[in-house]
Write a protein of this length. Structure first.
Length: 169
């Protein structure tokens, strides 16, 4: 019996932070990769990748505050618990690693939360950039701290216009 190879579908989006690679497994979004200087190969987007590109365009235009895509992030049970909390952080908001650890029942898990957040395979859609240090500082980000700052400022620009809050970063 021959096993079918998993089919991945890939597309690219030229965003304000560079060309983002979007990958679907055919049933759900499985990863978003930040620009890394890699040579872009041929795209073979499916409907999920195409929907993600449209929603990312809307996000960067400030007209989309949350994403509506089927997600399948690969990770441990703990990582998935963290990502479930992270995905609930509203557009323009931030939450600390410590607050997430506390909501998981153990405030001493803040470093484990940071590692889980850093392993998020679907950044922006699962908005790990909205997780900050307990003192309000910007801390590690897979796309780099400058990208994290750009994303937070982008959201603050549109959030501020909607509710009149001061810009954080």
């Amino acid at each position: 019996m021959v096993e079918e190879m998993d089919q991945n579908y890939k597309g690219y989006f030229d965003s304000p932070i560079g060309t983002i690679t979007i990958i679907s497994d055919g049933t759900s979004l499985s990863s978003i990769l930040f620009p890394n200087g890699e040579i872009i190969t041929e795209a073979n987007p499916d409907g999920i990748v195409k929907d993600c590109i449209i929603q990312l365009k809307e996000y960067f235009l400030g007209t989309r505050k949350s994403f509506n895509l089927p997600l399948n992030p690969k990770g441990t049970d703990f990582q998935k618990k963290v990502w479930d909390i992270v995905i609930s952080i509203p557009f323009g908001g931030t939450v600390s690693y410590g607050a997430i650890a506390t909501s998981l029942g153990n405030p001493k898990l803040n470093r484990a939360v940071g590692l889980a957040n850093g392993a998020n395979p679907i950044p922006i859609v699962i908005p790990c950039h909205r997780v900050i240090g307990s003192n309000g500082s910007l801390t590690g980000y897979a796309g780099g701290l400058e990208v994290k700052k750009i994303l937070l400022n982008h959201e603050q620009d549109f959030y501020t216009a909607a509710v009149g809050q001061l810009k954080l970063f």
